[in-house]
Design a protein around this ligand. Structure first.
Ligand code: NAG
Ligand code: NAG
Ligand code: NAG
Ligand code: NAG
Ligand code: NAG
Ligand code: NAG
Ligand code: NAG
Length: 486
């Protein structure tokens, strides 16, 4: 169908998403029924082709209309008694969801959006790859998800480009669901799902972004996916929750924190951002931020009116838009790159001096105690390379606009593990990140910024045991070697 009557060549290059809506409500793992109903829907899409602008926007509206047509929308028809959880990490998730008549699912396919993934990716380097293997999201994870290998102090890894493996597209999905999705959505083997969004009616939502609907609860991919209540905790919450007409669920567990908001929530929003901006009547549910100023600046930079953001602990929505969750510590590549592109500031930076960013953290457990000496050393090196040094403190932190500007000018970003490193999203493609890893459990460090750098195609060096007492003599050769490659 995507030859799209070859005369309409324009249609081929612009965004196209397949919306699938199942009018069957059959048994769980039944593969046949959804395909059948899907075929019917595809037929309908083809018939409507001429009126489509082939954009995600139109498809969301289309699904919503269909949902209304098939199922009478009724206010206040919510269920308190949920009996089971639909866990979005489980292999049967899409099978289950596609068997419901009250949820429409739109899958955004790679071959159908006008979006070019970055082309260059790199392996990563450490002073001790053996230890990194056992860290959170360790080496095996790096190989399985990104096809990236750790090289112990072999700086040539910063020169040799490589390809990410296609398994990067399964981040945010049940691990083996790509084949199933292709089959149901009739996509070819070289196509990959980039994101998905559910549209449901009469749903109840809490501030962790968990959705109760009919007799089930949907759990999106997020941090702390095991800690949850099956039922809406109190009947009073159920009765007194505020009702809204249309709500986009952006909130999820921990989205009030700097890292989770930036790295997990914003990428979750971006595939639907343009559509959402136009639909002014849709509210956006988000946890009350801990970093109020930063949050307001980001929202304002995204041109989202404050009045559209709601922070209620529990809500009822007549129509709910429920995008794929922000997987804990692992950004999906599509939303993350969309986010980076949106704030790409490089055109304004053309003639400005490139900088080295040295992060200065105030957390007692995650900082460089010898910061003062490290700064002196970095300033000396910067001078030799005609670079400037920017000391990036978290107390007080620069404004969001300044942050984006600094990071987009940086050739090198150095710092101990901490939320400020989320800002590597705004970095230029040639930037190198040197992170001093801190233990977050007695045995392990967290490689979440390795993961972020991986999907952005940035080069990353992880210093194992690179926290509190890191010495400038250890850092210096790493900086000098890295600068040869940027
Ligand atoms: C595709 O994206 C590019 C870059 O964002 C844009 O310039 C172009 O107009 C888009 N093409 C279509 C057909 O939307
Ligand atoms: C992983 O990377 C290697 C070397 O860059 C490449 O040859 C291989 O095809 C990649 N594997 C996958 C599954 O993409
Ligand atoms: C699936 O896609 C192929 C190729 O695009 C097309 O020929 C076929 O008719 C489609 N099948 C259905 C059931 O839509
Ligand atoms: C909502 O109302 C419809 C139509 O009356 C009914 O079929 C459905 O079971 C109700 N849903 C719940 C959760 O009560
Ligand atoms: C959902 O699945 C994840 C991982 O597969 C698991 O850690 C979590 O406990 C599950 N949650 C529920 C409520 O079953
Ligand atoms: C950068 O400098 C060049 C040459 O002086 C000039 O043509 C260009 O407009 C400048 N760019 C910006 C963004 O100021
Ligand atoms: C930002 O945009 C410029 C100009 O379009 C491009 O050359 C550059 O690679 C982009 N930077 C990033 C980090 O995407």
């Amino acid at each position: 169908m995507f030859k799209v009557r070859s005369s309409h060549t324009v249609a081929i290059c612009i965004s196209f998403v397949i919306c699938s809506l199942y009018i069957y409500n059959k048994l769980l793992n039944s593969l046949e029924e959804p395909i059948k109903s899907h075929t019917i829907l595809l037929q309908r899409i083809i018939e409507n082709q001429m009126t489509f602008q082939n954009r995600i926007d139109d498809l969301i509206d289309f699904c919503e209309d269909e949902l209304m047509r098939i199922k009478q929308f009724e206010y206040n028809n919510f269920s308190y008694w949920t009996n089971y959880v639909i866990n979005s990490t489980e292999e049967t998730y899409f099978q289950w969801i596609s068997g419901r008549d009250s949820i429409a699912t739109i899958v955004v396919w790679r071959n159908q959006v006008n979006f070019t993934l970055r082309s260059d990716y790199y392996n990563y380097i450490s002073n001790n790859c053996d230890i990194l293997t056992n860290d959170i999201y360790g080496g095996t994870f790096g190989v399985d998800n990104y096809n990236l290998t750790c090289f112990t102090n072999e700086f040539s890894a910063f020169k040799n480009k490589k390809t990410l493996s296609n398994s990067v597209f399964k981040i945010g999905l049940p691990q083996n669901s790509v084949k199933y999705l292709r089959r149901v959505w009739n996509r070819s083997d070289n196509d990959f799902p980039l994101s998905y969004i559910h549209i449901a009616h009469n749903a109840f939502v809490n501030i962790d972004g968990d959705v109760w609907k009919d007799d089930y609860k949907i759990l999106t991919q997020r941090c702390f996916q095991s800690g949850h209540n099956l039922r809406i905790p109190l009947l009073t919450y159920f009765f007194f929750a505020r009702s809204y007409d249309r709500v986009f669920v952006l909130t999820q567990k921990s989205s009030d924190a700097y890292f989770h908001f930036t790295v997990e929530n914003l990428p979750r929003l971006m595939p639907y951002y343009k559509w959402l901006l136009k639909k002014e009547s849709i509210k956006i549910l988000l946890a009350k931020p801990k970093y109020e100023k930063y949050f307001q600046e980001v929202v304002s930079a995204l041109k989202i009116p404050k009045s559209r953001i709601i922070h209620d602990e529990y809500i009822k929505a007549r129509i709910l838009y429920y995008p794929a969750g922000g997987t804990c510590g692992r950004s999906p590549i599509y939303g993350t790159q969309l986010l980076a592109n949106y704030f790409n500031n490089s055109n304004n930076q053309e003639n400005k001096t490139r900088i080295i960013i040295l992060m200065k953290r105030s957390s007692p457990t995650r900082q460089w105690l010898r910061h003062k000496y490290i700064l002196q050393m970095v300033e000396r090196i910067a001078k030799e390379h005609l670079l400037e040094v920017m000391e990036f403190s978290d107390n007080p932190a620069p404004s969001f606009t300044e942050t984006v500007e600094y990071f987009s000018r940086a050739k090198l970003i150095l710092g101990p593990h901490g939320a400020g490193l989320s800002n590597i999203i705004w970095a230029s493609k040639d930037a190198i990140i040197i992170e001093g890893l801190c233990k977050i459990t007695p045995q392990q460090s967290n490689l979440c910024y390795r993961n972020l750098a991986a999907v952005l195609g940035l080069r990353w060096y992880g210093i194992s045991d690179g926290c509190l007492n890191l010495k400038e003599e250890v850092l210096e050769p790493i900086i000098r070697e890295s600068l040869k490659f940027t």
